[in-house]
Design a protein around this ligand. Structure first.
Ligand SMILES: Cc1cc2nc3c(=O)[nH]c(=O)nc-3n(C[C@H](O)[C@H](O)[C@H](O)COP(=O)(O)OP(=O)(O)OC[C@H]3O[C@@H](n4cnc5c(N)ncnc54)[C@H](O)[C@@H]3O)c2cc1C
Length: 468
């Protein structure tokens, strides 16, 4: 018997470690690992529970079942291997430092009990170390990584295991509630989980919206992106399935513009892999700057401003809309993530780690590779990051990407009756004009031009180029 340990691969098909080898029957297991839960938050746990429910139904329809347990994986996996007399345990490789340390401990415990482990690279098309510079080093510049990633052949998706290969654990294990696991209900409405939902999203997106992706992906009001991020994070869809479908969309593209849009989308899938490679080779980035400056960056300790940012009360409409979308939907549009991250680090001069921590608590799609990559990009501390002197102006960003203020009005009800021009000029209105226009909406908490200068000085000091 082989135990398959599901982690961030909550799907039956296109799951390489699940189908690998011939050592049947396969007993599927999920562990609510207390060490992992210590870093988790309600939106992600809710998404995982939802996804486990559909995965369990899939197994039950095949006279098998998903065994769901709680505890420390280092204890539970060896215990189950012993209880079910398994000779092998399989799982998909993890890329974070936390995940790899846990897997090393489980492997050692299993080896002591003479149980084999089979680990397979499954979450990425090209595993860390397989796309490198000519000297064999990992890339720190995305555009070079992309050229190799783009041209490298990709494996196709694999079918789910047949019912005959699956074992029945002989007991029914309930999926613990959020309360059982020590979490409150999420504040947000969480996107639906599960492999079927992922498949629908992928098909819907690739049947039309993908052809407008290049042009519309930066417009948060347009609903023009795939919405696949929680599914890719939790593995309710396999990367090969996504890519196969995207390639079919490219083959069916009506013209060159549509083909280019598909290629732009593939570029985002490559960013995901790039950041996973960065994390794999630099596990320290979850708490430290990737990029070293000569001096420490003198971030401000400003709890009141941080709270205002979290609450979406900064008086910068596009920033507040994004922060309120996060609270309402456990999701934020990519362009707006960039804007709110830039605002926290370059206007409020607050350390990116505060923002990363808030996103970790609030996003359903949080994963350390992409989240950290995004934050360190915006803070100019990451690999291939935004240069420190290129500072987003939140007013012009709002005007450019949400010209009719549709997105802003959706999440900031105080501005619903207000003309887009006034919304985008909010920073320049007089106090009287603001009171007359939208009395409930706050005045800007900082002056962007002043803060921009202070941010430049902060970075120049860190670079050793300005006096204290
Ligand atoms: C500060 C910040 C924090 C972020 N945190 C996360 C996070 O925790 N989890 C996460 O999945 N993404 C994160 N991103 C990247 C990006 O914002 C989301 O992946 C995207 O908004 C998800 O929406 P979508 O699935 O509709 O994306 P689409 O535009 O449809 O893209 C398809 C997929 O490509 C990947 N992708 C897209 N953009 C990026 C990117 N810039 N970097 C890496 N991968 C990308 C995602 O897996 C995404 O699902 C972050 C970006 C920033 C700037």
């Amino acid at each position: 018997m082989r135990i398959h340990w599901h982690r961030t691969d909550l799907r039956p098909s296109d799951n390489l470690p699940l189908v690998t080898g011939e050592d049947d029957p396969i007993l599927p297991v999920y562990v609510f690992d207390s060490r992992v839960l210590a870093h988790a938050a309600p939106p992600r746990v809710a998404f995982v529970r939802d996804s486990l429910t559909t995965l369990r139904e899939w197994y039950r329809a095949r006279e098998s079942d998903l065994l769901v347990v709680r505890g420390e994986a280092t204890e539970e996996i060896p215990r189950l291997a012993d209880e079910y007399d398994a000779d092998t345990v399989s799982w998909a490789e993890a890329y974070s430092g936390l995940g790899r340390r846990r897997d090393d401990r489980v492997t050692a415990r299993l080896a002591d009990a003479s149980v084999e482990t089979r680990t397979v690279h499954d979450h990425l098309h090209h595993e860390p170390g397989s796309i490198t510079t000519n000297d064999g080093d990992p890339y720190s510049v995305y555009s070079y990584f992309w050229k190799k990633w783009r041209d490298r052949e990709k494996a196709s998706s694999v079918a789910a295991p047949g019912a005959a290969r699956l074992a029945d654990p002989g007991v029914e294990t309930p999926i613990p509630t959020l309360d059982d696991l020590g979490f409150d209900d999420p504040e947000a409405t969480i996107p639906s989980g599960g492999y079927e939902e992922a498949r629908h999203r992928l098909n819907d997106f690739c049947s039309g919206p993908i052809y407008g992706y290049k042009e519309a992906r930066d417009r948060p009001a347009a609903d023009a992106t795939s919405g696949l991020s929680p599914h890719l994070t939790h593995g309710t869809v396999g990367v090969r399935t996504v890519h196969d479908r995207v390639v079919r969309a490219r083959e069916a593209a009506p013209d060159e513009t549509a083909r280019e849009a598909v290629e732009t989308f593939r570029g985002e899938l490559a960013w995901r892999e790039f950041y996973h490679h960065v994390l794999h080779f630099n596990p320290r980035v979850v708490t430290e700057n990737y990029r070293e400056y000569e001096n420490d960056i003198a971030w401000r300790d400003d709890p009141a401003a941080l709270q205002t940012w979290k609450d979406g009360e900064t008086g910068y409409p596009i920033v507040d809309a994004g922060m309120r979308q996060l609270r309402a939907e456990a999701y934020v549009h990519n362009r707006v993530r960039m804007i709110v991250a830039s605002f926290l680090t370059k206007d409020l001069l607050i350390d990116w780690r505060e923002g990363y921590d808030w996103f970790r608590q609030k996003l359903a799609d949080h994963n350390p590779a992409n989240d950290n990559g995004g934050w360190q990009w915006a803070a100019s501390t990451g690999t291939d990051a935004q240069p420190y002197f290129r500072i987003f102006n939140p007013m012009t960003q709002g005007e450019r990407h949400d010209p009719d203020a549709e997105y802003i009005r959706e999440y900031v009800p105080e501005l619903r009756g207000v003309d887009a021009d006034l919304i985008h000029d909010w920073h320049d209105l007089s106090p009287t004009q603001r009171r007359r226009t939208a009395p409930e909406y706050p005045a800007p908490i900082v002056d962007h031009s002043e803060r921009r200068e202070q941010a430049l000085t902060m970075f120049e000091r860190a670079r050793g180029e300005a006096d204290d």
